[in-house]
Design a binder for this molecule. Structure first.
Ligand SMILES: Cc1cc2nc3c(=O)[nH]c(=O)nc-3n(C[C@H](O)[C@H](O)[C@H](O)COP(=O)(O)OP(=O)(O)OC[C@H]3O[C@@H](n4cnc5c(N)ncnc54)[C@H](O)[C@@H]3O)c2cc1C
Length: 386
């Protein structure tokens, strides 16, 4: 067993850390305040190959793999959770899905442009009445000749209003429950597609989210990803990948909270000494460090399994995503206590980190859903990895 990152990954980590500190850190606070999507930074990240780790060179990626992908995501999330959202929207939820399920024509048409950030991607499952219960969706794609006509509403879709292409899930056969869902690669400038204004959020404010309205949107047969009725399977496979990224994003957020807490603990003097000298503060710092390292190891193990070819590791995806999100939430509380009044200042970096940290528990499957997956597997009621 080797717990060390490869030399290649360590080098990549250094590049990402340097980029995040030099290019993102000086601009992130203003972008978050203005709710501004940093397209120019996304382009620079594309130039460095950040969107193409789990994508082969043949389609514009670098083939460095899933561990490289999570190392990058963690480093970017340490400075901006909003930009880290794109490791899913741009890579796992679109390029990687098209790589795994697309035709050769679809792969060539979309993947290189997503990896190069010529296209921005989005992934749309959630609807007003379909959150964790994805089969409650009501968006339909009705067959007319050699085309499908899409009608419905998606909500809370990351990057919807800036996306060029979306992976959209809809019922093509309503009576067949999950077997009636299909997936479509949809060009977001088609007539009949519109978006709501940016949805107000607690954190991740520079990653826009919106409702998408589909009003008789006509797409050709060739827009379908996979086969009719294969949408649910594709969705689950995307979830396996997206939950890995979500765990890495939470770990990056945790590390930022630790960094801020240590900085403050070694600078703030009370009762004649750094507050970091007080044992009760040390107890909190120790827990933050150990729990984050445990979350990181679960996440790296999940990624390593994928690099070894175990792509459908739903159990490990749930374990790492659940644990990392819960740790982020707990650590935010710890950091808040250490920071005292400074932590209450919403305008400082720490205010943003605290707000960002709560978000992980909700997205990419809530903690309850992941506990259910882990528990039903442990109890032998339903195997997670199938
Ligand atoms: C910032 C942001 C970005 C997002 N981006 C995207 C995106 O790009 N694409 C996309 O498709 N979606 C996106 N979403 C939607 C997100 O994935 C959903 O919010 C998430 O799936 C949870 O759904 P919900 O909020 O409707 O919660 P609900 O499903 O309504 O759950 C509410 C509560 O009930 C609990 N609950 C529900 N079912 C069960 C159960 N069976 N057992 C126990 N407890 C249960 C949940 O754990 C939760 O605590 C985004 C959301 C946010 C906030």
């Amino acid at each position: 067993m080797d717990f060390e990152l490869s030399e290649e990954c360590k080098a990549l980590q250094g590049v990402a850390r340097d980029f995040a500190e030099k290019e993102i850190a000086p601009t992130v606070t203003a972008a978050e305040r203005a709710h501004r999507f940093q397209r120019e930074i996304v382009n620079k990240m594309a130039e460095l190959g950040f969107w193409g780790c789990p994508i082969p060179e043949k389609y514009g990626g670098n083939g460095l793999g899933f561990v490289a992908h999570v190392v990058l995501c963690e480093e970017i999330a340490r400075v901006s959770c909003s930009l880290a959202v794109l490791f899913n929207a741009q890579t796992m939820g679109t390029s990687r899905a098209i790589l795994e399920f697309g035709t050769e024509a679809q792969r060539r048409k979309y993947i290189p442009k997503l990896v190069g950030a010529e296209f921005i991607g989005c992934f749309a499952v959630t609807e007003p009445d379909a959150g964790n219960d994805v089969t409650a969706m009501t968006t339909v794609a009705t067959r007319e000749g050699d085309r499908y006509i899409i009608n419905g509403v998606k909500t809370w879709i990351s990057l919807a209003q800036v996306a060029d292409v979306g992976l959209i899930f809809a019922y093509t056969s309503l009576g067949r429950k999950h077997r009636g869902i299909s997936a479509f690669i949809v060009d977001m400038d088609l007539p009949g597609i519109s978006c709501s204004p940016d949805q107000e959020k607690l954190g991740w404010r520079a990653a826009p989210t919106a409702e998408i309205y589909f009003d008789n949107v006509s797409v050709p047969d060739s827009a379908m990803l996979g086969k009719p009725g294969q949408g649910f399977e594709i969705m689950l496979r995307c979830f396996d990948n997206m939950r890995l990224t979500a765990a890495a994003r939470a770990v990056g957020n945790c590390q930022a909270l630790i960094d801020e807490s240590i900085k403050y603990s070694t600078q703030r003097v009370q009762f004649g000494q750094d507050i970091g000298r007080f044992q009760m503060v040390q107890e909190v710092i120790a827990r933050m460090v150990v729990e984050t390292e445990a979350a990181r190891l679960l996440t790296y193990r999940n990624a390593n399994q994928k690099d070894l070819g175990h792509l459908h590791n739903t159990l490990e995806a749930s374990m790492s995503k659940y644990f990392a999100s819960e740790v982020a939430s707990r650590i935010a509380d710890d950091a808040f206590r250490i920071m005292g009044a400074y932590g209450c200042s919403g305008q400082q970096r720490i205010g943003r980190l605290l707000r960002d940290a709560k978000m992980h528990q909700v997205l990419d499957g809530s903690s309850n859903i992941h506990k259910m997956i882990v528990a039903t597997d442990a109890l032998g009621y339903r195997r997670a990895n199938r």
